[in-house]
Design a protein around this ligand. Structure first.
Ligand SMILES: [Zn+2]
Length: 378
């Protein structure tokens, strides 16, 4: 890289760094992911006249956040009607307007977005001009359908911000920890390892990538980098854990947290990994279409905490489309409340789970979490 472009990159890095809300969250303030979400919501309220009138200066409680999300949903419907060829056609023919949505029950009127539609005509979902796209990703996800997603620079930064908040919630402390990223390169259709490493750079966290299946190589990297937290796909970490169990005692490698992502993790697998390393293992859930880092467990392992300000989650009966109450199992349907490039509205994830409405033992109490996740069998 030439000197001028190096300087440019570092200026861009420092500008981006300042925009990261997650860097301002102190660990002592409560659940970092919830605090980060709250800070973003409060910023939105401060900068929007209607929201300001609705909520005033008071600290938003759980009901306010539900109201805020409905407001953002209506705003998104209006935006999609204006900018997305796909949603304009869909909503015009279904007679859907922002004013239809007065309560959560009203969401049922809004047609669901099927994964096939996104796979078949991705650019019909695009709401900005091509020159505003910073990056595009293609992923088959879990359903073998190739889906193309585009993000603006600002959205990529928001994703980085949510990744950092999630890592903070998982116990990462910028000064003391190093994250070892163990994604096998073969699955990296959207480079989750690189996204993570970039996120760490921006937030001032230390990270190292090693995708080797050789347990000795992984152990060497752990020692050399002083790794304290590991993240990778569930199956990869499970295999490495079975090998490490034969070589070292639990706790000997100094790992304090393991994060399993991209694939389901059974309780038996979790137990095996925790016994091998002698530390808690947290599950993370995300979809490329939704921006990868969508929900993660806290150390209490009591459901996945969602990135609160980014998503509106619903559980529906996959056969009837009826919205189900918290605690009942059904298909997870997600709306990306803040995306401007390719927002998805009532997107069917094909994952089966339930909403948890009670506060978590970590103190988070402002939003719902999602429970164990199973795949929907068609
Ligand atoms: Zn929690």
């Amino acid at each position: 890289m030439s000197l001028p472009s190096k300087i440019n990159t570092s200026i861009r890095m420092s500008v981006a760094k300042r925009k990261l809300e997650s860097r301002k969250i102190e660990l002592r303030d409560g659940n970092p992911l919830e605090q980060w979400g709250l800070a973003k919501i409060k910023n939105d309220i401060k900068n929007n006249k209607e929201l300001k009138e609705l909520f005033g200066q008071k600290e938003p409680d759980k009901n306010d956040i539900q109201e805020y999300k409905l407001f953002k949903f209506r705003e998104l419907i209006a935006y999609a009607l204006e900018n997305s060829p796909y949603y304009r056609d869909l909503y015009t023919s279904a007679d859907i307007y922002p004013s239809n949505i007065r309560s959560y029950k009203d969401l049922e009127q809004v047609p669901l977005t099927e994964q096939e539609e996104l796979a078949n005509k991705p650019y019909h979902f695009l709401c900005v001009s091509r020159k505003d796209i910073a990056r595009e990703f293609t992923s088959s996800g879990t359903t073998n359908m190739l889906k193309r997603m585009a993000y603006t620079q600002g959205e990529l930064l928001e994703i980085v911000d949510s990744v950092i908040s999630g890592l903070k919630m998982a116990g990462m402390d910028s000064k003391a920890d190093t994250l070892q990223i163990m994604y096998p390169t073969i699955t990296a259709t959207w480079d989750p390892g690189l996204v993570l490493s970039k996120a760490c750079d921006l937030a001032g966290y230390s990270s190292v990538i090693n995708d080797s299946m050789d347990v000795h190589e992984q152990m060497n990297t752990i020692k050399e980098a002083g790794t304290t937290i590991i993240i990778g796909t569930s199956s990869f970490l499970y295999e490495i854990s079975k090998q490490i169990r034969e070589l070292v005692k639990p706790g000997e490698m100094g790992i304090k947290r393991i994060i399993c992502s991209s694939e389901p993790l059974t309780e038996d697998m979790r137990e095996e990994i925790e016994n091998a390393w002698g530390c808690k293992t947290l599950r993370q859930w995300g979809m490329t279409e939704l921006g990868l880092a969508n929900a993660i467990e806290c150390e209490h392992q009591n459901g996945f905490h969602l990135n609160n300000p980014d998503f509106l989650a619903e559980i529906i009966d996959p056969k009837t489309g009826k919205i189900l109450p918290p605690g009942e199992k059904g298909e997870l349907v997600v709306t990306t409340l803040r995306r401007k490039c390719m927002p998805l509205i009532r997107y069917r994830t094909r994952d089966i789970t339930s909403l948890i409405d009670e506060p978590c033992n970590c103190g988070a109490c402002l939003d719902q979490r999602i429970g164990d996740i199973e795949r929907l069998v068609a």
